[in-house]
Design a binder for this molecule. Structure first.
Ligand SMILES: NC(=O)c1ccc[n+]([C@@H]2O[C@H](COP(=O)([O-])OP(=O)(O)OC[C@H]3O[C@@H](n4cnc5c(N)ncnc54)[C@H](O)[C@@H]3O)[C@@H](O)[C@H]2O)c1
Length: 237
């Protein structure tokens, strides 16, 4: 598995975030040719800042990479936003914004990447669902839950399209991971959440990164359309 990614073109969104940053580091260590993007600026190599929910940006970013490499081997759709707005206060514009960033971006990026992967007859996409999409938001908004539930269905549709052409598409559904997205809820809420986890602890970032490396690798060559739960037993599918 460790040699799978040498000189491979790996695209990672949400690259300035807690999980995205670790994924970039891991794939760079595996000698991949990593292209990173985020709406926030970073000084990382091969980094382009932009809004992944904007179709024009997505087109320009992917076409720019293809003009250099001619192929996309792996796409990791990590970017996401997680407002905790109570149900009664979610305005239509905020609803649309969450769906645009979490769901539409995954569609737009995957639509372009899969076309290239189908031509080259190989490739892997890993999308980000969430525990919140399976059980409803515990400490997050209804719009976040809905967007993440839809990622599972989108992943299956993309997987069906890619399967005859050697392209695999899977998702991960992290539970409560030790990132700022979780700790932003405050220590009291985090302690309460931990008590509901059978493993009685938060998940580590590396415990999310490692399964993603597996899903993107040839070790997972017969796995497509699945959503892998990474949640310490809090929800068993
Ligand atoms: N942290 C958790 O406990 C947890 C649990 C389940 C799922 N997830 C999912 O994992 C993924 C990564 O989460 P994280 O914890 O690293 O969060 P994070 O907030 O640290 O990272 C998300 C990144 O996405 C970027 N982003 C937001 N809107 C964007 C846009 N319009 N265009 C481009 N980039 C944009 C942000 O700038 C940020 O760097 C997200 O999809 C999240 O929903 C996280």
């Amino acid at each position: 598995m460790d040699h799978d990614f040498v000189d491979k073109t790996v695209l990672i969104t949400g690259a300035a975030g807690d999980i995205g940053r670790s994924l970039c580091q891991r794939f760079l260590a595996l000698q991949a040719n990593v292209y990173q993007t985020d709406i926030r600026e970073t000084a990382a190599p091969n980094f382009t800042s932009g809004d992944v929910s904007d179709p024009d940006f997505v087109k320009a970013w992917i076409n720019g990479i293809l003009s250099q490499t001619d192929r996309i081997d792996v796409l990791l759709n990590v970017a996401g936003i997680c407002p905790r707005t109570p149900l009664a206060n979610v305005e239509a514009e905020e609803w649309d914004q969450v769906l645009r960033v979490n769901l539409r971006s995954t569609f737009l990026l995957s639509q372009m990447a899969i076309a290239s992967m189908i031509t080259q007859k190989s490739g892997a996409i890993v999308n980000f669902a969430s525990l919140a999409g399976q059980v409803g938001g515990i400490a997050v908004g209804a719009h976040y839950s809905a967007s993440k539930a839809a990622i599972g269905a989108l992943t299956k549709s993309l997987a069906r399209t890619g399967a005859p052409h050697g392209v695999r598409v899977n998702a991960v559904a992290p539970g409560i991971i030790d990132t700022s997205m979780t700790t932003d809820a405050g220590p009291e809420k985090v302690n309460q959440l931990i008590q509901s986890i059978p493993m009685a602890r938060l998940g580590g970032i590396d415990e999310v990164v490692q399964p993603i490396v597996f899903l993107a690798s040839s070790q997972a060559s017969y796995i497509t359309g699945t959503t892998l739960d990474i949640n310490g037993g809090i929800y068993m599918n």
